[in-house]
Design a protein around this ligand. Structure first.
Ligand code: UDP
Length: 414
């Protein structure tokens, strides 16, 4: 039964697997339903794709349901998403009514399953309106917020808050992303999957092939940042840091790898600015990769001597954990979740300027032993804190504590 889970043992250690099995013991056979608004695309779907089978491999009767809605509904939830992350545009009442109606319809469709579940995880704002229509529910409901609610537009947050407070607990990714709520609130940071194409071990030949494909010289040092072409990721700051560092490191090369700029006008503009700043420098490699280039990104992160994530503002910063897992110390902007991952001078460096970043690149170049040591510690920090197995453990812990003692139904803790 634990076959899937056992595949993670080489990455996280067998003790961790044993602990998960033990922790899940009181949850065996419990009905758990995760609800979100899309089966594919985006981080939430990606994590559910892994977590639901892992829960099932622990004997939990976990299911994943997706709510459906009209174009108006998704227009409303898109605006909600932007407003909750700080955009000041209000949402017309008619759209908010569509939100309520769509949740009511979905609650009707999923009623039996939701009301019968022992635990329901509602992911993000889209399905948060289901609970008020499930009056006969017998289980505990958890609202799992994946977005940054630190500075929401008030009208929209007040609307959503009225739904969220009906839940029994909320989960946020970082303390800075949370709003005060009158029920238990838990912080559970995101995680990476060590077995995914993005993070699995690669054959050196595959890394060499990626170098060759992009004209990178294996004999010369390489600096890299993997990020969407977005001003908050500060690609121009990275180019400036590269130019400063190059004065001290002859032959230094730079890769800026990001997603293709097809459907985001701002990304296209930023890519244009980046190309302008690179000014045809043959040592600056700007790569617009397709969305599914996971193994290519994996190889580039492994090929890099110096990994930067020079964000000016950042959510969690998954790319940081990805690089650290590959044994790279990260030179990261002193902001958001980067601070949670990069322990300054220990697993990387926190910087506030291109000059600071260049200085750290130069330091690591001249102290390869330190680079090695910091990289090993970086991998260890990820192993202990940011793998999907830790994510699963924290969900299990919360599930056990919420079910414990509920309605006289005592959960036995081993
Ligand atoms: N990513 C990717 N292709 C790209 C750029 C980024 O697959 O061209 C991935 C990256 O490896 C990471 C995620 O997208 O897994 C970005 O997450 P992060 O938290 O770093 O930043 P966000 O884009 O969510 O602000």
């Amino acid at each position: 039964m634990h076959e899937l889970l056992m595949r993670y043992a080489p990455a996280c250690g067998e003790d961790v697997i044993r602990q998960l099995v033990q922790l899940a013991e009181p949850l065996r056979g419990k009905r758990v339903v995760h609800v979100n608004s899309t089966r594919a695309g985006g981080g939430v779907a990606e994590i559910l794709e892994k977590l639901v089978p892992l829960m099932r491999s622990l004997g939990i009767d976990a299911q994943w349901e997706v709510i459906t809605g009209s174009g108006d509904f998704f227009q409303c939830t898109k605006r909600m998403h932007n407003a909750l992350q700080g955009e000041q545009t209000p949402i017309p009442r008619a759209l908010l009514e569509t939100y309520g109606r769509t949740n009511q319809e979905n609650a009707g469709r999923l009623q039996a399953q939701l009301e019968d579940a022992d635990l329901v995880f509602i992911h993000d704002p889209q399905p948060a309106g289901l609970l008020r229509h499930c009056q006969g529910r017998r289980g505990k409901w958890i609202w799992r917020c994946h977005i940054d609610l630190g500075h929401p537009q008030r009208q929209v947050w007040n609307f959503l808050r009225a739904e969220v407070v009906l839940h029994d607990a909320s989960i946020f990714s970082l303390a800075d992303f949370a709003q005060a709520l009158p029920h238990p609130m838990v912080l559970i940071p995101p995680s990476i999957d060590p077995l995914s194409d993005k993070n699995c071990e690669l054959d050196p030949a595959e890394i060499d092939a990626v170098r060759a494909r992009f004209g990178l010289d294996a004999q010369r040092p390489l600096m890299a940042q993997v990020s969407r072409f977005d001003r908050f990721k500060d690609p121009l700051g990275v180019i400036r840091a590269f130019r400063l560092a190059k004065d001290f490191i002859p032959g230094l090369q730079l890769v800026l790898a990001g997603g293709g700029a097809t459907d985001d006008p701002e990304a296209a503009a930023v890519l244009g600015e980046v190309e302008l700043a690179a000014d045809g420098d043959p040592d600056i490699h700007i790569l617009a990769l397709p969305a599914d280039a996971h193994r290519t990104i994996n190889a580039l992160q492994r090929a890099a001597d110096f990994v930067l994530q020079k964000s000016l503002r950042e959510g969690f910063g998954l790319t940081v954990a990805e690089a650290m897992w590959k044994g790279k110390p990260v030179i990261g902007g002193d902001t958001g979740g980067i601070r949670l991952q990069v322990v300054n001078h220990h697993t990387g460096f926190l910087v506030n300027s291109p000059e600071g970043a260049a200085l750290r690149v130069r330091y690591l170049h001249h102290h390869r032993d330190k680079l090695q040591q910091m990289g090993q510690r970086a991998r260890q920090i990820v192993r202990e804190n940011f793998l999907i197995t830790r994510h699963l453990r924290e969900y299990l812990t919360l599930m056990v504590s919420l079910l414990r003692g509920q309605d006289g139904q005592d959960i036995r803790l081993s």
